[in-house]
Design a protein around this ligand. Structure first.
Ligand code: GLA
Length: 392
């Protein structure tokens, strides 16, 4: 399939014929991550403070908060669950104090809630927190995870400097395949070895940037970096600008709404990183906005992009959706409220009338001719779905 995609570079609209066949041919086609993975990961909020109790509480909250029913699936333990490698068997050992019933029992608990279970490791000798890594143990670790019922693994890149990322991650992919259990493979080498050039067909998602932090500017930085690689994303392989900070307290509700909207427009994995056991109603409503989630999970599987920038820091992001509608995020990066307008011509729609629905207000705004304009709060977003005639 060749498709035409409008792209903006430096504010100028370009029409590129995408050689989608190239990426499509190499794409993982194992039925996993056909849309961007959704779930929860411990790192952003809890760092090394992980335990069986925490994870059980999180699994419970995934259900009671409505997150599971909104599409969140994977409950992932990040760094620090592992304490040693058994010298006799070569098997990785989970912290017996923090996980007294072991990982198999925890996976069973998570599965019984209708969720899936994930674990973190590192392709190098040690994890970023100095725990035993998987280097030279990819096969046994993949087999162990399969036995434990692991459905997702995030593989980091600390203490791996002398190694070749593409080689190591390919070997890890093959170890997972040989283990015989479907396991989503999340590559985490922070974009340092240009994964957008080789990770399609190796992992189901790959980090494109260094770690996000819970600040507006950090969120924008990783979004901008990940946006550069939009053309390689698609079903089975996604750019990962890192996990969500929504609800962690370092940004305002408006800023978190912009964060979540940008991740959805970019078809980014939606991995919550807050304490979902105790989150506010505002945070819960934000994370479970089904209309915005539907943009992220749209089956066309195209990563959206910056379509226009009518003024410095006033942006129009757009993502084509299955059936021809466009999701549009009007993003105000300035310090004051501002009007932002989107012209149909900038989002590949024909001039004339198109219908507009506000995805945060959950309101139909009616038919708009040629363009739509909205007042957008400072560090905020207005996100709409526009249905009109696709320009050919
Ligand atoms: C790296 C990763 C993070 C997290 C930590 C854990 O920094 O990028 O997402 O996994 O390691 O130590």
């Amino acid at each position: 399939m060749r498709r035409f995609v409008d792209r903006t570079i430096g504010g100028a609209l370009l029409a590129l014929a995408v050689g989608a066949a190239v990426a499509q041919a190499q794409r993982l086609d194992d039925g996993l991550a056909r849309t961007p993975p959704m779930g929860f990961n411990t790192w952003n909020k809890f760092a090394c403070n992980v335990s069986e109790d925490l994870l059980k509480g999180v699994a419970d909250a995934m259900v009671s908060s409505g997150m599971r029913d909104a599409g969140y699936q994977y409950v992932v333990i990040d760094d620090c669950w592992q304490v040693a490698r058994d010298s006799a068997t070569g098997r990785i050992v989970a912290d017996p104090q923090r996980f007294p019933h072991g990982m198999r029992a925890l996976a069973d608990y998570v599965h019984a809630k209708g969720l899936k279970f994930g674990l973190y490791t590192d392709a190098g000798r040690r994890t970023c927190e100095g725990r035993p890594g998987s280097y030279r143990s990819y096969q046994i670790d993949a087999r162990t995870y399969a036995e434990w019922g692991v459905d997702y693994t995030k593989v980091d890149w600390c203490n791996a400097d002398s190694l070749n990322a593409r080689t190591q991650y390919t070997e890890f992919r093959d170890a997972l395949r040989a283990a015989g259990r479907p396991i989503v493979f999340s590559i985490c080498e922070w974009g340092s070895n240009r994964p957008w050039e080789w990770a399609v067909g190796v992992g189901h998602l790959w980090r494109t940037t260094g770690d996000i932090s819970d600040r507006w500017q950090s969120m924008l930085n990783v979004a901008d970096a990940s946006a550069r690689h939009a053309l390689v994303a698609g079903p089975g392989g996604w750019n990962d600008p890192d996990m969500l900070e929504v609800g962690n307290g370092g940004m305002t509700a408006e800023e978190y709404r912009a964060h979540f909207s940008l991740w959805a427009i970019m078809a980014a994995p939606l991995i919550a990183g807050n304490d979902i056991r105790t989150m506010s109603d505002t945070t819960r409503d934000l994370l479970t906005n089904r209309e915005v989630i539907a943009v992220d999970q749209d089956t066309l599987g195209v990563q959206g992009w910056l379509a226009a920038q009518p003024a410095p820091d006033l942006q129009v992001w757009m993502k084509p959706l299955a059936g021809g509608a466009r999701a549009v995020a009007l993003v105000n990066r300035t310090g004051a409220i501002a009007e932002i307008a989107v012209e149909w011509s900038a989002i590949g729609l024909r001039a004339g009338a198109a219908t507009v629905r506000d995805l945060w207000a959950h309101r139909d705004l009616g038919r708009k001719v040629n363009r739509f304009a909205a007042q957008v709060p400072s560090h905020g977003v207005v996100m709409v779905r526009v249905t009109g005639a696709v320009a050919r």
